[in-house]
Design a protein around this ligand. Sequence first.
Ligand code: SOE
Length: 403
Amino acid sequence: MRETEHEEAWPKSPPRLGVGMVGYAFMGAAHSQGWRTAGRVFDLPLQPALAALCGRDAAAVGRAAQHMGWAAAETDWRALIARDDVDLVDICSPGDSHAEIAIAALDAGKHVLCEKPLANTVEEAEAMVAAAERARARGRLAMVGFNYRRLPAAAFARQLVAEGRIGTLRHIRVTYLQDWLSDPDSPLTWRLNREKAGSGALGDLGAHIVDLAQHLAGEQIVSVSALTETFVTERPLPASGASGLAGNAAVAERGPVTVDDAALFIGRTASGALASFEASRFATGRKNALRLELNGSKGSLAFDLERLNELSFHDHTEPAATAGFRRILVTEPEHPYLEGWWPAGHGLGYEHTFSHQVRDLTHALATGEQPVPTFADGLQVQRVLAAVEESAGKNSVLTPVPQ
Ligand code: SOE
């Protein structure tokens, strides 16, 4: 086959996008899956190259790099940012590192993808937004990784709301429930330390449901009233070799839990709709149960992460005799993101949201358009979380019931 025929048959590979990632635990593994897979499913305008993985423990990060498909390993994020083969820095480390790494990477001329929540404080998030604005003037872009926006069912729900299919929004009702901390002898990990994590269930799970609710509704939460609780106030230190077994933990040194175990808050949206949110790590039996319902004047939508290929839709304009919630199987080629995957009915999973995140991010980088959610979107979520903590601190929401 002559050279030109070959080129026409097999288009050239798209330009390389060198990625450097900080952190290799759960989110690092999930993001690696997205970076490895997206270019094999979608026609990306940039081809991600897993250039380098960064972690403090040289042996552990070396093993993780080999296992997850990264070409090199670094033990200092500053060295990662300085690499010429890294065009984008993906931050999958605990929240206390997000601001320092993102600002340094943007100022060094790299694009940035930062895991949620954007930062541990509003002040840090504001500094990150300023850095993103500086960088955008130089053609470098930043995005925050609220991956649940990229579930096909969630993206399709947003389309239906935007088309007016549920009419005027009246209610948002969303919960995100896990139970991995319900054992009081589970060790005191970084997620239970305010300096490392910023907050507990509120920032970890609450950030997701605030962003997702606002994204689907197409409007923001403007006021809240809240309760938070720490059910278990101290736990065995991991260094003491404690396990989840009561016997070992009984002798292990214990340390204080300095974040919330659960948050419960209500709020109003800009249009006056009422919203309720619940985030807990103590909902025994619920493993990763994000459930959302929007009620409007013309209909309702409901979603359950444990049935993530489905969206329930009630069209209230239908005759009552035949109306009711019906299940939409969100696997048709015309549904968001499905064009790259399997025929109708074969279904996707949690991990696919990270490939969708890479697809959208690479398209934005290639065209120079701002990827969403932006750091400013992340800052707005941080402000909602801060208002929740302020309200919970006042305990203003509780009126004693006369006994
Ligand atoms: C918490 O356990 C967690 O890992 C969150 O940090 C992630 O953002 C969520 O997608 C799954 O649960």
